[in-house]
Design a protein around this ligand. Structure first.
Ligand SMILES: [Zn+2]
Length: 83
């Protein structure tokens, strides 16, 4: 899975938590690590996230947020099957 796929997934997790109906827009996402990237989101304004593909435990090896890591692992397996 590439960085864009993970970025989209993390944005979708935020969307699901917010309980917003999908209506996708291209927005800028700023991470707490300082990384900025564009993603498709139901949000119309810029987002701020705690983890991104640059600092996520999946890439850094640090277990920062356990729940998110578990979801990413499931997503990664699903992605691998489709691919
Ligand atoms: Zn980050």
């Amino acid at each position: 899975m590439d960085n864009r796929a993970l970025s989209r997934f993390l944005a979708q997790v935020l969307i699901m938590k917010a309980g917003i109906h999908p209506e996708y827009n291209e927005i800028a996402v700023t991470c707490s690590c300082g990384n900025v990237f564009n993603t498709r989101s139901t949000m119309k304004k810029a987002l701020h996230v705690e983890v991104c593909s640059a600092c996520h435990p999946f890439y850094t090896g640090k277990q920062k947020i356990v729940d998110t890591a578990g979801r990413v692992e499931k997503f990664r397996q699903k992605y691998a099957l489709k691919k």
